[in-house]
Design a protein around this ligand. Structure first.
Ligand code: AP5
Ligand code: MG
Length: 214
């Protein structure tokens, strides 16, 4: 199964993608997580990406495409994947289609997690992230079992550098300009499914599973 998660920064793409990946035993591929891992390890790619990410801007398409095409070669992608944060521009979506078409393959579902900007700005300030496994928590709505520590890998949770309110506003602007057009792109292909992302995390997950199972 090949799935794309669409939605604004902080809509809950990562939260839901992790669950979907566990449920269908497919990898969760988050380009944001891969960049953060590279930043942590101070790789060349990480150094290049950090400047853009800290300003709330998108990393250039060439860098993203190189990274993701390489990731698709890994054996775990044979069963499918849930993509989170990729594609994020029309050129990225076209490049993904071209790569899949070569193998007579295609994306089956594009799930749009729909959340208004005002809700997002409130959510982001309370988000805490595990930079080791990519899981996210929230100080009010999704607390870890032990305060400040990831439930899965015990790593210390942090406020992401790009979650400062001014940067979140910039990310939202960039989202509306460059990523939102993908909603029409996948709607025109007949694979877009929008879910309201403002309810309980479990209810949103159930709605997504309903879409994927029908
Ligand atoms: P990326 O890491 O993808 O960030 P993003 O898209 O801005 O999305 P987030 O991870 O911030 O939000 P999310 O939707 O995953 O929400 P979450 O589940 O954590 O990208 C970061 C940067 O990398 C980009 O800005 C860009 O620079 C670069 N980049 C990455 N991919 C790129 C690409 N393809 N091209 C170019 N550049 C790229 O949830 C948010 C919070 O809300 C959490 O605290 C969570 O616990 C909470 N929450 C979730 N659901 C609910 C709910 N229903 N109710 C209450 N709280 C909830
Ligand atoms: Mg995320």
């Amino acid at each position: 199964m090949k799935i794309i998660m669409l939605g604004a920064p902080g809509a809950g793409k990562g939260t839901q993608a992790k669950r979907i990946a566990d449920r269908f035993e497919i990898p969760h591929i988050s380009t944001g997580d891969i960049f953060r891992e590279n930043i942590k390890n101070e790789t060349q790619l990480g150094l290049k990406a950090k400047g853009y990410m800290d300003q709330g801007l998108l990393v250039p398409d060439e860098l993203v495409l190189e990274l993701i095409m390489d990731r698709f070669k890994a054996p775990d992608c044979k069963k499918g994947y849930v993509l989170d944060g990729f594609p994020r521009t029309i050129p990225q979506a076209k490049a993904l289609d071209d790569a899949l078409n070569k193998n007579n393959d295609r994306i089956e579902f594009a799930i749009n997690v729909d959340v208004a900007d005002e809700v997002i700005i409130k959510r982001m300030a309370g988000r805490r992230a595990c930079l080791n496994c990519g899981r996210t928590y929230h100080v009010d709505t999704l607390k870890p079992k032990v305060s400040g520590q990831c439930d899965y890998c015990n790593t210390e949770l942090v406020l992401r550098d790009d979650d400062k309110p001014e940067t979140v506003k910039k990310r939202l602007q960039v989202y509306h300009e460059q990523t939102q057009p993908l909603i029409d792109y996948y709607n025109n292909k007949g694979i877009l499914h929008s879910v309201d992302g403002t309810g309980e995390i479990d209810d949103i997950y159930k709605q997504i599973i309903n879409v994927l199972m029908t």
